[in-house]
Design a protein around this ligand. Structure first.
Ligand code: ADP
Length: 448
């Protein structure tokens, strides 16, 4: 069976509840009105019986009735012997006598009466029954009016509750409908620019819509980043591939001398190496983004790690007449993935060699400060322009000098991701003309 919408369910429950409350209220009203009527009849009958008792006397075996009892207001009175023989008044129905208890009886004509019997005892004569009765018309009328009113008002109330409930539910659920429509139109048109932008009261639905909009903002940004990443990556790969193809075509042509071919091969080797680095970085970034990169943490001495990196850049530095300086006194311990952190520090050190001053220096240092381990790479190169500083950690951002050096702008973003994976951060300082200083900051471990 198709399930009802929340709107329909709310309306039905609301209507049922209103109907139930109305029924209960009508029942309570009806019962208390009946009770009031009952009390009124009882009191009228007992009052009248009291009056009648005062007016009836037995004198020398003869009944003496002071007043005409039939003139009593609204109550009829009759007197009977204990054998049920009528002495005074009228017999309206056949009902056995019972002392003090109010009962109802129906006359042959159909008229309803409330009846109260009182037994009168005399010293010198037989006792008699005083029967007082009052027409139950008013009570019957009250029931009839109550029924009529209930028959009219109840259905009207239920219809009103149903219609009103539906409109209230529809109004309350309008924002939900809007959220659903926006979601549908996004799915249909794959347009992540759409927003719900709910206005009005800052209630739960407003918050839901806001969360939805924020989620769309983030999704849109991440899709945009993804798109840019793919297009930048293809662009970065296309350049070396085009160069390799051109060099290979030239080397294969009849125009190329053996020396040209050797030169072309060397160029192809260089570009393929750059491509391999780029592909490696792309893979690492994507894996880290997807949370697939497993970090194998072990506590190591960062000075050993820095020494390995310093040694690795020696040859490259020598090619540019640069000196590799070390500031690695003692031991500084941190929990890290050795391979990843070596890669990060190597990226920084290679950048220092690439962008540093010909004949200058690269200083690799490690020290502990304020509960943090700091891996520092400094150079005395031309530095980074202040306007470029905010962008250097962005993916595929390259300074002008980088393009000649064959970079792709992924090194620093990898360094930052690796530092974050270790619960740390990267700091960068640079003064144009004076050099740059990059620091990987990690949580310090106690001496081992
Ligand atoms: P790549 O080196 O491949 O261009 P990176 O992400 O490693 O990419 O660096 C981004 C940019 O930051 C570089 O293009 C360069 O302009 C600048 N940069 C990085 N390190 C240094 C440095 N030591 N000195 C001067 N500029 C630097």
């Amino acid at each position: 069976m198709k399930r009802l919408s929340i709107k329909a369910r709310v309306t039905i429950w609301y209507t049922l509840l209103v109907a139930l409350i109305a029924l209960l209220a009508a029942g309570v009203l009806f019962l208390s009105a009946r009770r009031m009527m009952h009390n009124y009849y009882y009191e009228t009958l007992t009052g009248t019986a009291q009056l009648a008792l005062d007016d009836i006397r037995m004198e020398d075996g003869e009944l003496d009735i002071d007043r005409d009892l039939d003139e009593l207001p609204s109550v009829r009175v009759a007197l009977f012997t204990t054998d049920g023989e009528l002495i005074y008044g009228r017999v309206r129905f056949d009902l056995p006598f019972a002392e003090g208890e109010m009962r109802s009886a129906t006359e042959r004509s159909g008229e309803e009466w409330y009846v109260l019997d009182t037994r009168m005892e005399f010293d010198d004569a037989e006792s008699i029954w005083l029967r007082c009765y009052i027409s139950a018309d008013a009570a019957a009328n009250l029931s009839a009016i109550g029924m009529e009113l209930a028959a009219l008002i109840l259905p009207a109330l239920v219809i009103l509750a149903g219609v009103g409930g539906y409109f209230i539910a529809r109004r309350a659920f309008r924002p939900v409908t809007r959220i659903a429509r926006t979601a549908e139109s996004i799915i249909d048109g794959a347009d992540l620019k759409k927003r719900i932008a709910l206005e009005g009261a800052r209630d739960e639905l407003y918050r839901l819509a806001k969360v939805f909009d924020d989620m769309l903002d983030r999704l849109e940004r991440s899709f945009e980043r993804e798109r840019r990443f793919t297009s930048d990556a293809s662009h970065e790969l296309r350049t070396p591939v085009a160069a390799i193809l051109a060099q290979a075509d030239f080397a294969l042509s009849d125009l190329a001398t053996p020396e040209d071919r050797m030169e072309a091969l060397r160029d192809i080797r260089l570009r393929a190496g750059q491509m391999s680095t780029l592909i490696g970085r792309l893979l690492a970034l994507t894996r880290m983004d997807a949370g697939q990169m497993r970090v194998e943490l072990e506590t190591i001495d960062l000075c050993d790690l820095a020494e390995v990196v310093a040694a690795q850049i020696e040859d490259g530095a020598a090619e540019r007449n640069m000196t590799v300086l070390r500031a690695l006194d003692g031991s500084v311990w941190a929990k890290c993935d050795q391979t990843m952190l070596t890669q990060a520090l190597l990226n920084l050190a290679e950048n220092a060699v690439k962008y540093g001053r010909e004949g200058g220096y690269v200083r690799v240092g490690v020290h502990a400060q304020g509960g943090e381990a700091r891996l520092v790479v400094e150079d005395d190169g031309p530095g980074i322009a202040p306007e470029a500083m905010p962008h250097i950690f962005e993916r595929f951002y390259q300074g002008d000098s980088s393009r000649q050096a064959g970079g792709a702008g992924l090194g620093l973003s990898l360094v930052r991701l690796i530092a974050r994976l270790h619960g740390g951060r990267v700091e960068a300082e640079s003064a144009p003309g004076k050099g740059s200083r990059f620091v990987i900051v990690l949580p310090l471990e106690a001496e081992q």
